[in-house]
Design a protein around this ligand. Structure first.
Ligand SMILES: Nc1ncnc2c1ncn2[C@@H]1O[C@H](COP(=O)(O)OP(=O)(O)OP(=O)(O)O)[C@@H](O)[C@H]1O
Ligand SMILES: [Mg+2]
Length: 510
């Protein structure tokens, strides 16, 4: 069928280190189609997309695009042919404005540099054509992630993309933002006849937004479907090869003593904006305390203050009565407060270092791993293989650089490191972001296990289903303030929504 817009035929990829990421992959995408790619972490989805975008060279196989055989040596060539890609991790220049980021570099191709005003004009016109809401004059570092996403997409469209590839576009978006994104994408596809390929682990989105689905498992296609003909459960089954429960059992238990006390915390950021407002909250032993809130209401700041990455303007944080304020992140970690950061690439990991070093670097000095300055390599390696097993980290070996892992597997390394540090309190910020449904289930069960062992878990998640499925209590944060605290069984999603939007608040907390 030469009429196909995009035709992938028997593509395989083996990386230089011997990892076979794709084997004999074939699928088609028509013009005006939304095509979802599903598969577990490490299945080979990003690799496949990078080959369509000229970032990775196929080892064998062929790709046809608009009737011609593709032989790409760089993303630049892909862009010239009308293929655009938005990556799992964004690639904008933070200090430049939205307008500059959109037009950057491409203006030269179009016959000359744009000045600032022209760039703003172009960006606004583009935003209007494609129905994306942006603030053209703001710097990228000052805008929320949802808008950054739209900027990335507009950037690709400005470069004339007819095929838009989105690698986990909604991983960092709130449910509301995701809905808006898909509405805009649907328009691109339906009205402008563009084609979109997107990767997501959220199967509800796949069902809601795509026309066709390709499922990949261990680098091979295990299914090609019309979306209308399959259920969410069937997709999950094809991906993981087993049923995924997604219901969680928490052993009934009485709350223990207070593990972490947060007292009247105030925080003004560098720009002078009040991000936390007299925030008071207790985390007890043996509970998962979920923080529900629309993103950007102080969740990130709260996690960073507790883990010592930022300093509060005023207020106290105490771990079992001991003040932790003023201590460094390292000291706080030693006191057994662990932190799964939502920014796994920034403060979460060191890309060039091995999985082993990423997990253990701050623990090599511990007695069980070293003896008078000599590392017990055997013990260390055993410990690591045990963790790789337990957290289902898909990797070649524990010496593999964490930067060459798939996105979800990188996240699993961070989780493994934090949970295996045997914390008294774990701050888990977006712990299942970018991980597949099977791994998400595993991680949630690990959080529950901590709770069952009388540890305190503070769960910050943009996924309300996640909060509701594993929290014992739920606190709602709104404009940097806790506006309500509930036992899970006493609250439903709708009512939570009212608190999250600031339409309701408790006068007195329990
Ligand atoms: N640059 C690289 N060098 C070596 N191996 C790599 C490289 N990039 C990816 N891999 C390996 O290729 C396999 C497929 O990775 P890929 O990133 O394509 O997975 P993915 O399906 O996108 O997973 P995720 O859902 O976690 O993002 C993995 O085993 C990964 O470790
Ligand atoms: Mg990926």
């Amino acid at each position: 069928m030469m009429s196909d817009f995009l035709r992938v035929e028997g593509i395989s990829k083996t990386y230089e280190n011997g990892v076979v990421a794709n084997t004999d992959i074939s699928f088609n995408v028509r013009q005006g189609e939304m095509h979802a790619i599903c598969g577990e972490n490490g299945a080979g989805k990003s690799t496949l997309m990078k080959m369509l975008y000229g970032m990775v060279k196929p080892t064998s196989g062929e790709i046809y695009y608009k009737g011609d055989k593709l032989d790409l040596d760089s993303p630049k060539e892909a862009i010239e042919l009308g293929i655009g890609m938005v990556h799992q991790e964004f690639m904008l220049v933070p200090s430049f404005t939205v307008a500059e980021n959109i037009t950057l570099g491409a203006d030269v191709l179009k016959g000359g540099f744009l000045d600032k005003e022209d760039a703003v004009r172009v960006a606004n016109a583009l935003a209007e054509t494609y129905n994306f809401d942006i603030d053209a004059e703001a710097t990228v570092e000052s805008i929320p992630v949802g808008m950054r996403q739209r900027v990335e997409i507009l950037k690709a469209l400005y470069r004339g993309a007819d095929l838009l590839i989105l690698d986990e576009p909604t991983a960092v978006l709130t449910p509301q933002e995701s809905e808006e994104l898909f509405a805009s994408l649907k328009k691109l596809v339906r009205e402008l006849n563009k084609s979109v390929i997107f990767i997501t682990h959220k199967l509800k989105e796949v069902k809601f937004a795509s026309d066709k689905i390709t499922v990949i498992q261990h680098g091979k296609v295990t299914g090609n479907f019309d979306t209308d003909s399959v259920s969410v459960d069937e997709i999950a089954n094809k991906m993981v090869g087993r049923e995924v429960e997604n219901s969680y059992y928490r052993k009934p238990q009485e709350l223990g003593g207070k593990a972490l006390e947060i007292k009247s915390l105030n925080y003004k950021d560098a720009a002078g904006i009040q991000r936390l407002n007299n925030l008071t909250l207790d985390i007890y032993e043996g509970e998962v305390l979920g923080i529900a809130g629309v993103e950007g209401n102080g969740q990130t700041e709260l996690a960073r203050l507790i883990s010592g990455l930022d300093k509060p303007t005023s207020g106290d944080i105490e771990l079992y009565g001991q003040q932790i304020q003023g201590k460094t992140p390292h000291q706080i970690r030693d006191l057994k407060i662990a932190h799964v950061s939502e920014d796994r690439k920034g403060d979460g990991t060191a890309g060039d270092a091995s999985i082993r070093d990423n997990v253990l670097v701050d623990r090599y000095h511990q007695k069980n791993f070293g003896d008078m300055g000599l590392l017990k390599m055997g013990v260390i390696k055993d410990h690591l293989s045990h963790l790789i097993d337990r957290f289902d980290i898909r990797c070649k070996s524990q010496e593999t650089a964490i930067g060459s892992l798939s996105g979800g597997n990188m996240q699993k390394v961070v989780i493994a490191r934090e949970i295996s540090s045997e914390p008294k309190v774990l701050i888990a910020a977006q712990p299942t972001r970018g991980v597949d449904i099977g791994a998400a289930e595993l991680i949630r069960n690990e959080l529950i296990k901590l709770r069952d062992n009388k540890k305190g878990v503070l769960l910050l998640s943009a996924d309300l289903d996640e909060i509701l499925s594993i929290s014992d209590r739920i606190a709602v944060i709104y404009k940097g303030e806790i506006v309500g605290v509930f036992k899970n069984e006493n609250i439903d999603e709708k009512t939570l929504g009212l608190y999250m939007l600031g339409l309701k608040r408790q006068s007195e907390h329990e």
